[in-house]
Ligand binder design. Structure first.
Ligand SMILES: *Cc1c(COP(=O)(O)O)cnc(C)c1O
Length: 430
């Protein structure tokens, strides 16, 4: 399968090159040249397929013949080696729990898939890739864990100092080996800007830099699986389906829309945001006006200029009307989120962390507009990752899951940086 840059459709690369480059040389995001819907028989039979079988059918056209079938199946099996429960928390409202992986964040799936693709492409070669990633919270930990010990790959993670939770910080600063954490004096957008700049810096060409943010297709595409897994469970209700994604960089929701392009019968998507509401404002006013990110309690979504939004626009040929039919976006304040976390817990006993609660709010809002529909929201992180918000808000004490226990005992190691020159120096001397 080939991919073109969204800045220039003549700039075409293979799957392998797109994964290795991350971002196209003209700064564009890569996008599949062709999207072929899955056959009706796939959807007729989906409830009889395992998660691994579903994932293989979904992803194979995007990989093409660049990874042999048996190898791709093996990569998928390793990627999906945990559960994805769909929990009905009240009538017509389901939580798709994406936090049962090694770092308890949904980003585990994309990070594990990407690291294994890269390891496959590097097999038997004496090359070294450097994965450079900016994180607003969960990406860092998932990438660190997904790439830990992968041969031929160094990982450098930039995170905004003081703006990620204690557990998130430990997950990305305590692993050692091929993982280095850079603590940036700034906000997430500063980290992301530095990463983008490094990719285009001619002096760093020999460093084989690649991204592991959802701009990288190997991180982004596997996120389609979630929507198919939810459909597998919800098909039997035979009702219109709404999916709500707590959205930051809009990778997840963009993958959901791609799943719809493959024929997945979801009726409507809600991109639920926090106060970083660039997309809700765009839908209201028709003008795309990114703003610097604002710190919120759902910090993994503190993104002022969502990278993947351009991919969504591409899928709708920039036709706002068609787009609005399938898609809406709504932002919620921290107060609303905290209020709803309490509400959900009191009424249903379900513990939602701030991102999930934002997803829930968006879903409930949209359900009012769709008669007879049911829906699910993505619960993108385990509550323990936001315990400093969850525990006082709900007045409970969360037991520490075994995945987290390990990192709490380890010591944080990070390098503080202030600007792009600091980053460049580190890259040049790594
Ligand atoms: C990354 C993240 C999000 C946002 O996902 P996008 O694909 O960037 O929109 C939501 N919740 C959590 C917990 C995350 O880590």
């Amino acid at each position: 399968m080939n991919y073109h840059s969204l800045n220039n459709k003549a700039n075409i690369v293979s799957f392998q090159e797109a994964v290795i480059q991350g971002l196209a040389s003209d700064r564009g995001l890569f996008f599949p040249e062709k999207i072929t819907p899955l056959p009706p028989s796939f959807f007729e039979n989906i409830e009889n397929l395992s998660h691994e079988e579903i994932a293989f059918q979904v992803i194979k056209q995007f990989v093409g013949d660049e990874i042999p079938e048996a190898e791709l199946k093996h990569i998928i099996a390793e990627t999906l080696s945990f559960d994805f429960p769909l929990v009905e928390i009240e009538d017509n409202v389901f939580s798709l729990e994406l936090f049962h992986g090694p770092t308890m964040a949904f980003k585990d799936v994309g990070a594990r898939f990407m690291s294994r693709c890269l390891a496959y492409f590097n097999r038997g070669k004496n090359v070294k890739n450097t994965v450079l990633v900016a994180t607003s919270g969960d990406t860092g930990g998932a990438v660190a864990s997904g790439f830990l010990g992968v041969k031929g790959v160094d990982v450098i993670i930039l995170y905004p100092s003081g703006k990620v939770s204690d557990i998130q910080e430990r997950q990305l600063t305590t692993l050692g080996q091929n993982i280095t954490a850079l603590e940036v004096d700034g906000v997430f957008d500063d980290c992301q800007d530095m990463v983008k700049k490094a990719f285009l810096d001619a002096d760093l060409k020999s460093k084989n830099l690649t991204s592991a943010n959802s701009i990288n297709i190997a991180r982004w595409l596997p996120q389609m699986f979630y929507f198919f897994f939810a459909y597998k469970e919800l098909k039997k209700y035979n009702k219109p389906l709404i999916a709500s994604c707590p959205s930051g960089n809009f990778g997840n929701i963009c993958a959901g829309i791609l799943a719809k392009k493959l024929g997945l019968p979801l009726d409507h998507f809600v991109a639920s945001t926090n106060a970083n509401d660039t997309v809700p404002r765009f839908l209201e006013k028709g003008i795309y006006e990114p703003r610097p990110s604002i710190a919120t309690i759902s910090n993994a979504m503190d993104v002022g200029n969502p990278s993947n939004f351009i991919r969504i626009q591409e899928m709708y040929n920039n036709d706002l009307k068609a787009f609005e039919h399938d898609f809406s976006s709504i932002g919620f304040s921290d107060e609303e989120t905290l209020f709803e976390m309490k509400n959900i817990f009191t009424n249903t006993g379900y513990i939602a962390e701030p991102h999930g609660a934002v997803g829930y709010l968006g879903l409930k809002h949209e359900l009012q507009n769709h008669h007879n529909a049911i829906g699910f929201f993505l619960e993108t992180a385990h509550p323990i990752k936001f315990l400093d918000v969850v525990e006082p808000t709900l007045g409970i004490k969360l037991p520490i899951p075994k995945q987290i226990e390990g990192v709490l005992r380890k010591e944080k190691i990070s390098i503080k940086i202030k600007n792009y020159d600091d980053l460049k120096n580190i890259l040049l001397h790594s």
